[in-house]
Design a protein around this ligand. Sequence first.
Ligand code: HEM
Length: 127
Amino acid sequence: MSTPGTFYEQVGGEPTFRFIVARFYEEVAKDELLRPLYPEEDLSGAEERLRLFLMQYWGGPRTYSEERGHPRLRMRHAPFKIGLTERDAWLRCMRIAVDEAELAPEHRDQLWQYMEMAAHGMVNSWF
Ligand code: HEM
């Protein structure tokens, strides 16, 4: 169940997150820096995990944690070298996805601010 009035509901619920994350991974699949970081040949598992995580974060169903436990995203990213270049590549893909979702400007800005903050928080390699 999701709570009415949450950001998740306001932006259109699951279909909106489904669109954004699918569009994001279309870009990742073409990105020479990012694509090799993903251990699985098929990106659909990664796509589902990110979609469920974002839905939960913004007030939607808590399926991510039911399936995966506490997010601990920094820990889960520790195996991958994420420098400033990887962060920027990730944000480039996400920017396209968020813009194409055509959210209301205040929702788009709120989502984008979060993405920038979260991506920066995932940097684990400074040299
Ligand atoms: C998993 C890369 C930022 C959320 C992963 C994986 C890679 C990766 C390689 C493993 C794929 C898999 O799950 O099969 C990156 C890179 C980033 C980045 C290069 C650059 C900054 C972020 C951000 C978020 C995020 C900002 C959240 C807003 C997730 C989630 C998973 C994941 C939810 C699945 C975790 C799980 O195993 O449950 N990421 N990521 N990532 N990433 Fe990222």
